[in-house]
Design a protein around this ligand. Structure first.
Ligand SMILES: *Cc1c(COP(=O)(O)O)cnc(C)c1O
Length: 440
């Protein structure tokens, strides 16, 4: 299957609502991987620590296989994956349709450079313009990650005003990525300070404060960058009123409104875009995480003619961005989301999870939309809860000392969500007693 029309001919056999249950395997599949000893998790981690840079700390587990919402580690233990590779594995692990499209595209044409184009690249651009309801004249630039999509957006912003608009506004708590431009937009001091000087002109204003926003946006402003829901900051949503106020203020000042939907886009909230309900047309959005269903791909979408011509020939580029395999992966993911009722599933299971979480003792607040969910605990036990979860076979994440984030595959079932809800009270108790013990 080499091109896009063929996608429609594929039979979509994998049901959304049934997890694929298979027997765990004991060793990694790839024969190029040399196992010394028995290939246990402990052995792999010791090899990891002597060969990989320490930027991620010690990995929690060594994972060897996944299917649907389940993954297995090197010791054969099974986990319900409620993080989905941080909002990435939209259709779960090893989805048969997505996998077969990637494999057949790779076996047909894998990479060509941007001196050339390919049908999957063009079809994906058209598809993204359609699902984002982009007006005439809108355009797409493909990158390989969220940070790269935001770098492209940063350069777009710099082109607004021909050097006469030095200011770019982002929010306190913002996370836009780790490369220098995206890092300049990111708020967290621990990420930024060691790498200064960063690209200049970025100011961070208080989160969700409309007056502060109106006061900050002026004729010297090139762009305002917003995440409709701040993911890394613990799943903090901006209100529709805030997004509307941002649209008004930026339009009045001639600044761009750029929405970072890297984490929130592509069905994560039960809609194609988290910003949809605000009823605004931004100047640009960035996408990545869930877009390729686990395959690295990012995108910058510019809305309308004027913004879409800010970056001209030669002003930006990438070797890998938009390659046939990445764009086929994204096409397959979008197709699967559409044809298998996934957005509806996200809304239903998301509501079920949030309602269930709100009723658990020790949970003080539940935030988010669809299957991007944050909840707070009444004590600083979130890291211990992550550990207790792993021991009990659940993968969750703690973006803060008392905050847990869930961003599972969009095909999570109510039954699977219920399994986590049933286990949570005991996980919290375990986390509380372990944290108390560690403090002694
Ligand atoms: C993850 C994330 C990024 C960075 O994406 P990478 O693919 O890790 O570079 C940027 N913005 C937001 C909102 C994200 O959640």
């Amino acid at each position: 299957m080499s091109n896009v029309e063929d996608l429609d001919k594929l039979d979509h056999q994998s049901p959304v609502v049934e997890p694929v249950e298979t027997e765990p395997v004991e060793t990694p599949v790839v024969e190029l991987v040399e196992t010394k000893g028995h290939g246990s998790g402990a052995e792999w981690l010791s090899r990891y620590s002597s060969s990989l840079m320490g930027v991620f700390g010690t990995p929690q587990r060594v994972l060897v296989r996944g299917a649907g919402c389940l993954v297995w580690d090197a010791d054969g233990k099974e986990y319900l994956d409620l993080l989905g590779g941080i909002a990435v594995n939209a259709m779960g692990h090893a989805h048969p349709f997505v996998t077969s499209v990637i494999a057949s595209q790779l076996a047909t044409l894998g990479h060509v450079s941007n001196f050339f184009t390919s049908p999957t690249q063009i079809a994906l651009a058209e598809k993204l313009l359609a699902v984002t309801k982009a007006p005439a004249g809108s355009k797409v630039f493909f990158a390989n990650s969220g940070t790269e999509a935001n770098e492209a957006a940063f350069k777009l912003a710099r082109r607004n005003g021909d050097g006469k608009r030095g200011k770019i506004i982002a929010l306190e708590g913002a996370f836009h990525g780790r490369t220098m431009g995206a890092l300049a937009l990111t708020a967290k001091e621990a990420y930024r300070t060691p790498f200064e000087p960063l690209p200049g002109g970025v100011v961070h204003i208080p989160f969700g404060d409309i007056d502060a926003l109106r006061a900050a946006v002026d004729e010297s402003t090139a762009a305002v960058f917003l995440e409709p829901i701040q993911g890394e900051a613990g799943v903090r949503p901006l209100s529709a009123e805030y997004l509307q106020a941002a649209r008004e203020a930026t339009t009045a000042a001639g600044a761009l409104l750029i929405l970072d939907e890297v984490q929130t886009g592509i069905g994560r909230t039960g809609k194609w875009l988290a910003s949809e309900d605000a009823g605004i047309v931004p100047d640009a959005i960035t996408l990545a995480k869930g877009l390729g269903g686990g395959f690295p791909v990012g995108a910058l979408i510019t809305f309308g003619d004027t913004v879409s011509s800010l970056l001209s020939a030669g002003q930006h580029g990438t070797t890998f961005g938009g390659n046939p395999v990445a764009t086929a992966a994204a096409l397959a993911t979008l197709h699967a989301i559409e044809s298998q009722g996934v957005l509806e599933n996200v809304r239903t299971v998301g509501a079920f999870l949030r309602d269930g979480l709100a009723a658990v003792d020790g949970v003080t607040e539940v935030r988010g939309e669809g299957l991007l969910i944050g909840f707070d605990l009444d004590a600083d036990v979130a890291p211990a809860l992550v550990q207790a979860g792993l021991d009990a076979g659940f993968i969750v994440n703690s973006p803060g000392p008392r905050t847990i984030r869930l961003a599972p595959p969009l095909i999570l079932t109510t039954e699977q969500a219920g399994r986590f809800l049933a286990a949570l009270p005991e996980l919290i108790q375990t986390a509380v007693s372990r944290t108390a013990k560690d403090a002694q």
